[in-house]
Design a protein around this ligand. Structure first.
Ligand code: RTP
Ligand code: MG
Length: 140
């Protein structure tokens, strides 16, 4: 068994529509445990830094503006194969392509306002968790 952690973000479209509880229920339904969680307003500088891997992509500026358009909930999820398990419950980036049981199929508004972020590898998870959380904010 590989116990892993991953970073999850409930995006501004989700906080705006009061969906954090419904989304957390789906995450917890996978068996993953929310071991760190806080609701924050990202600054433009933070959003640009967090998404710097996408800075050459055509959607970068829109993505940054969207991510600072309201509060987000950042979370550390822990469990067996946490990275993949969270990606599975999130569903495809484009909600029109996401499987029916997934968070994005049920809640996303568009390919951009797609309700959740999840780290895409264990290496990136470690970097992204460190970006938002100190050790004392994570409690198993
Ligand atoms: P995420 O990073 O948020 O978990 O999503 P992802 O891996 O499924 O998608 P990624 O390719 O990493 O893109 C990051 C986020 O950028 C927005 N996006 N907009 N307008 C567009 O064509 C477009 N493509 C991506 C989405 O918010 C996506 O989650
Ligand atoms: Mg991604």
């Amino acid at each position: 068994m590989t116990l892993q952690r991953t970073l999850s973000i409930l995006k501004p479209d989700a906080t705006r529509r009061n969906l954090t509880g419904k989304i957390n229920a789906l995450i917890e339904g996978t068996g993953l445990k929310i071991v760190g969680q806080k609701r924050i307003q990202l600054s433009k500088q933070q959003a640009e830094a967090f998404y710097s891997v996408h800075k050459e992509r055509p959607f970068f500026n829109d993505l940054v503006e969207f991510m600072i358009s309201g509060p987000v909930v950042v979370q550390v999820l822990e469990g067996e194969n946490a990275v993949q398990k969270n990606r599975d419950i999130m569903g495809a980036t484009d909600p029109k392509k996401a499987q029916a049981h997934t968070i994005r199929a049920q809640f996303a508004e568009s390919i951009e306002a797609n309700s959740v972020h999840g780290s895409d590898s264990a290496e990136n998870a470690a970097i992204e968790i460190r970006f938002f959380f100190s050790d004392i904010e994570i409690c198993v």
